[in-house]
Design a protein around this ligand. Structure first.
Ligand SMILES: NC(=O)c1ccc[n+]([C@@H]2O[C@H](COP(=O)([O-])OP(=O)(O)OC[C@H]3O[C@@H](n4cnc5c(N)ncnc54)[C@H](OP(=O)(O)O)[C@@H]3O)[C@@H](O)[C@H]2O)c1
Length: 146
């Protein structure tokens, strides 16, 4: 990303990290009994799997763009349904974090990030369809929905 984004992005992520951390480390905070750590972990592993696949799509040192398809890793099979499964997993992880902590700042961060990623996914999906005539039928971010 351009270096000029550094201040904006660091303020956004560190600001939210501090806001969430203040609430969930507060002495009056009571952790709920719900445990969503399995969903959170699956989403994080899914996100990592998609990034590995995307990295391996592009020959080193080039700017080549290809159509991503699922590989041997079952967590990449979301590519059968959406163009940007890394965003799907990211949103899933933050939904489970919000349920896990039941903390409003985490919910606000989830909604803000989801809005941004939905907008990006719609644009990337549109670009894929314009760039590749043989682009498979997929949604942008939420299987069967959007
Ligand atoms: N929590 C939040 O608020 C939030 C918000 C946004 C993002 N994120 C996280 O940040 C991660 C990265 O976001 P991002 O927007 O940079 O993801 P991205 O646009 O999907 O890009 C990921 C990497 O894959 C490459 N890539 C994507 N499509 C490709 C293709 N068809 N062929 C070859 N290479 C391709 C990109 O290269 P190019 O850059 O050259 O396309 C980039 O290096 C997300 O997966 C998500 O986990 C979190």
């Amino acid at each position: 990303m351009p270096i000029t984004n550094l201040l904006k992005n660091c303020s956004y992520y560190w600001g939210f990290a501090a806001y969430v951390a203040y609430h969930i480390n507060h002495s009056l905070y009571t952790p709920p009994s719900t445990n969503q750590v399995q969903w959170f972990s699956i989403c994080e592993m899914g996100n990592f799997s998609i990034h590995l696949l995307l990295r391996n799509l592009r020959p080193e040192g080039s700017k080549v763009r290809k159509i991503p398809y699922p590989n041997w890793n079952p967590l990449t099979s979301l590519f059968n349904f959406v163009s940007c499964p890394n965003y799907t997993y990211e949103i899933g992880a933050w939904i489970s974090f919000t349920v896990m902590t039941q903390c409003l700042p985490a919910g606000i961060f989830t909604v803000a990030g989801a809005y941004q990623m939905i907008m990006w996914a719609l644009g990337k999906h549109r670009n894929y369809r314009a760039e590749f005539k043989d682009y498979p039928r997929r949604k942008s971010i939420f299987p069967g929905i959007l």
